[in-house]
Design a protein around this ligand. Structure first.
Ligand code: HEC
Ligand code: HEC
Length: 343
């Protein structure tokens, strides 16, 4: 399990260290699992679609990759460097040979109330009454690939930050051939009707909740006033008291440590609660990389410290609403165990 755990951490945290990686390889490592090889689509919408590429600017792609779609499956890629994000965008552009649009931030003004009625009649069936998107994404990876492409969430901070009014208008007029998103230009709707719908979609912005912070530190640490042995016993007691089973306690040899880390004794306590494990895996299998739970106690320069991963930071990496709640619970749980172990 330790091996799996560190591989997961490496994948999540050290991708940016792989300098010089090509756009194709960055796409294969970060995007293809959901968007399919060559952007043909999977859990994520097909990015190679000519209509899509004709409608979205490089700025749209940049913001989407950076912010993701909070609460949906699409993660926020904060750990990639700007250079890497631009390489990915250039690679996406090679998947289709259509001309990309210029970024056009000119606002479109329409009648929000009328747009709301038109939205209820024409869009809600797929995008949800409040633009919350089709059901099925944001929960599991198990959707078979041959199911229809799900409608993205439009009342979404990531979408609204990335999309300009002009991009939304073009998407409505032209649709996306090859997906359920049909063009509206052939229907009996006026240009003003389209502007009204665009204004309604834009109005979702005022109801958005602020995004969870990316500034959370990666680990939490507390300092103990006791011997390493006692602190390890305290961690075990605190975990068992919260219905966890201790799986393993691993002692790291002093000689194991790099020489610059003077006399650092380290003990890792692994524990698990199968209800929590199953709940987490049902929401998003990537959570499996961080379970079982583990708390590390170590002695450095005569001081004993206890440390764990910060689940709130994971929550940001995963960018999934349901997972946010679970990560908040796990955060509180780790915090209590750290507090109790260092009392
Ligand atoms: C039959 C289902 C369906 C209907 C009806 C529909 N859409 Fe869509 N829409 C989709 C799907 C599916 C996609 C994703 C297409 C893709 O893969 O690129 C989409 C994409 C979009 C996008 C682009 C979102 C993004 O993330 O880039 C916008 C904007 C949009 N729709 C707005 C609307 C509006 C407004 C209406 C009503 C006027 C509407 N749609 C009607 C299914 C639908
Ligand atoms: C864990 C799965 C997953 C990964 C990994 C992922 N995406 Fe997505 N992506 C999605 C889903 C699902 C959507 C649709 C959002 C929705 O349903 O509201 C999406 C949406 C998008 C969109 C908006 C499409 C549109 O129609 O507007 C872009 C662009 C995008 N992803 C690019 C990327 C890139 C580039 C990467 C890699 C750096 C990536 N994604 C990685 C799942 C993923």
């Amino acid at each position: 399990m330790k091996k799996i755990l560190s591989t997961g951490m490496l994948l999540l945290l050290a991708t940016s260290a792989l300098a010089g990686e090509s756009g194709a390889s960055l796409f294969a490592n970060n995007c293809a699992v959901c968007h399919g090889e060559s952007g043909k689509g999977g859990v994520g919408v097909p990015l190679a679609l000519p209509d899509f590429q004709r409608q979205v600017s490089d700025e749209f792609l940049y913001t989407t990759i950076r912010m993701g779609r909070p609460g949906r499956v699409m993660p926020a890629f904060t750990r990639l460097s700007d250079e890497e994000v631009h390489k990915i965008i250039d690679y996406i552009r090679t998947l289709s040979n259509v001309k990309k649009p210029e970024h056009d931030p000119t606002p479109i003004h329409g009648n929000v109330e009328h747009g709301k009625q038109l939205f209820a009649q024409n869009c809600a069936v797929c995008h949800g009454d409040h633009g919350q998107g089709g059901k099925g994404t944001g929960v599991t990876f198990s959707r078979p690939r041959d199911l229809p492409i799900l409608a993205p969430a439009l009342n979404n901070a990531g979408f609204l930050a990335a999309a300009t009014d002009s991009m939304i208008k073009h998407t409505l007029l032209e649709g996306r051939e090859g997906t359920p998103m049909n063009p509206f230009k052939n229907k009996k709707v006026s240009d003003q009707d389209i502007n009204d719908i665009v204004s309604y979609v834009r109005s979702f912005q005022k109801d958005l909740k602020p995004m969870q912070s990316a500034n959370e530190s990666l680990t939490m640490t507390a300092q103990a006033n006791d011997t390493l042995e006692n602190v390890v016993e305290n961690i075990k007691r605190a975990a068992v008291g919260r219905n966890f089973r201790i799986i393993r306690v691993q002692y790291l040899d002093d000689g194991f440590q790099p020489e610059d880390k003077v006399s650092k004794k380290e003990v890792i306590v692994y524990f698990c609660n199968f209800d929590l494990l199953n709940t987490a895996l049902a929401i998003d299998p990537r959570v499996g990389l961080f379970l079982p739970c583990q708390v590390t106690a170590y002695e450095q320069n005569g001081v004993v410290k206890v440390t764990s991963i910060n689940p709130k930071r994971l929550s940001h990496l995963f960018n999934n609403n349901e997972l946010d709640k679970l990560c908040d619970q796990m955060y509180q749980m780790y915090k209590d165990i750290l507090d109790e172990a260092t009392l």
